[in-house]
Design a protein around this ligand. Structure first.
Ligand code: 5GP
Ligand code: MG
Ligand code: MG
Length: 183
């Protein structure tokens, strides 16, 4: 795909690379204070959280470990159902660990609410959530997100790890897709 095609597919840029970088730095400073003296286990949710994880991990000045999970929500079409299947589980034993789930975006909240509950049953000392984006208007369940980047309107966004049909993950900013892409 040519770069010119990508530009044509975008309706609006919500956040630039620089704005995302500044937000991640801001969240990192809070995380460093809250986890001072601890070693935090960052749990990235594949695949959307790859960019957030890479930037957050490198911004943090405290000791961290990284692990990954892949989950899929059963449901009709694009709607999350809340019934979640683990496609790839963690390799790490969570007993006594301070777990920080790293997510790209919270939409209905169903996936993350299930995931947090699942990780809490594994003996972790604490489980918190860091999500770069959240759509408050789309919430079906309340999820307590300790580290939240930006609240966005209820639109479908791509870039910085977020895809539409596996494309656009490599855009450096976060953008709203143009309607013609869905058609
Ligand atoms: P939830 O269970 O909160 O409804 O689903 C969250 C997941 O749906 C996210 O991790 C992400 O994979 C996907 N998702 C929700 N909203 C968007 C969006 O605006 N753009 C993209 N690319 N994915 C989204
Ligand atoms: Mg995600
Ligand atoms: Mg996706």
């Amino acid at each position: 795909m040519e770069f010119s095609d990508v530009e044509n597919d975008i309706a609006e840029i919500l956040y630039t690379e620089q704005e995302i970088h500044e937000k991640i730095a801001e969240l990192s400073r809070r995380i460093e204070v809250d986890y001072a003296g601890e070693k935090v286990l960052l749990v990235g949710v594949l695949r959307g959280a790859v960019m957030v994880m890479a930037d957050l991990a490198r911004e943090l000045t405290i000791p961290i470990e990284m692990d990954w999970m892949a989950v899929s929500s059963y449901g009709s079409g694009t709607q999350s159902s809340g019934v979640v299947r683990i496609l790839k589980d963690l390799d790490t034993d969570l007993h006594g660990r301070h777990v920080l789930i790293v997510e790209d975006i919270i939409d209905s909240g169903l996936t993350l609410s299930w995931l947090r509950g699942n990780l809490e049953t594994r003996g972790a000392a604490s489980v918190e959530i860091c999500a770069l984006l959240r759509k408050p208007e789309a919430a079906k369940v309340q999820v307590d997100v300790k580290y939240e980047g930006f609240q966005i309107p209820n639109a479908f966004v791509v870039g910085y790890g977020l895809d539409f049909a596996e494309q656009y993950r490599n855009l450096r900013g976060i953008a709203v897709l143009a309607p013609h892409v869905y058609a």
